[in-house]
Design a protein around this ligand. Structure first.
Ligand code: KIV
Length: 266
């Protein structure tokens, strides 16, 4: 695979080819995911739950994110590395710059911030300073205590319109990518059509420009024993992790994943 860049992602969107993203936290899985054709490796703060055994992403620190980003960079074979800014590492502009610098120095090509239109200024200032950003909208797990649980977002006309307006405002501010988590499929499709930048979905239906899953989820591994509705276990019927990752990449590309049973309605 030749190096995946922002231009590659825009070209994929323009020609209607779905983008493959998977979370990744270390060098060996990074190499395996690249061999399987994954285009974006997300060093997600989900590592707090799947690696550290925490009950949310809130305890994850910027130093931990930088450490795992550096691990992924060593195994990467041409994917674009996207790293999460963890809880409260971007609470002020100064802190945002310092946290992003740490992630970019560790090997990230892009950073991901959770929030909404209020991030527009940060997104603009980061772009001016050479740091592409992805904004995570919908169910943003760092705000679980505000939402009162892990709940579908963007249901109802007012809430859907607000998310659409936020997506457009963030694109105008210079966001390079959007990620929508747990939103009705119809809304994700509307947002994907309304913006020129790629939109990646998780629990957002087939209308997004690409898909992401937490690696442990798609391998059928769960500490809690609960599997979110939007997850498919790609290990089923496969004899290796490499095969499961290849099946995931193929299923995103041929649009057989996500299927109707993985979607949320409005
Ligand atoms: O941290 C993470 O893995 C994420 C995904 C749930 C998209 O943000």
């Amino acid at each position: 695979m030749s190096d995946v860049t922002l231009t590659t992602l825009l070209q994929l969107k323009q020609r209607g080819e779905k983008i493959t993203m998977l979370t990744c936290y270390d060098a060996t899985f990074a190499a395996t995911a690249c061999d399987a054709g994954i285009e974006i490796l997300l060093v997600g703060d989900s590592l707090g739950m799947v690696l550290q055994g925490q009950d949310s992403t809130l305890p994850v620190t910027i130093d931990e994110m930088a450490y795992h980003t550096a691990c992924v960079k060593r195994g990467n074979k041409g994917a674009l590395i996207l790293s999460d800014l963890p809880f409260m590492s971007a609470a002020t502009l100064e802190q945002t710059f310092a946290s992003c610098a740490q992630l970019m120095r560790a090997g990230a090509h892009m950073v991901k911030l959770e929030g909404g239109a209020w991030l527009a200024e940060s997104v603009r200032l980061l772009a001016e300073r050479g740091i592409p950003s992805c904004v995570h909208l919908g169910l943003t797990p760092q705000s679980v205590n505000v939402f009162g649980g892990y709940k579908v977002q963007g249901r109802g006309d007012a809430s859907a319109q607000k998310m659409l307006d936020e997506a457009i405002a963030l694109e105008q501010a210079g966001a390079a990518l959007l990620l929508l988590e747990c939103v009705p499929s119809e809304l994700a499709a509307r947002i994907s059509q309304a913006v020129q930048i790629p939109v990646i979905g998780i629990g957002a239906g087939p209308g997004a420009d690409g898909q992401v899953l937490v690696m442990h989820d798609m391998l059928g591994l769960s500490l809690s024993g609960r599997t979110p509705k939007f997850v498919r276990n790609f290990m089923q019927g496969q004899s290796s992790i490499a095969d499961a990752m290849s099946l995931y990449a193929r299923s995103v590309k041929d649009t057989s994943f996500p299927a109707a049973e993985h979607e949320f309605s409005a």
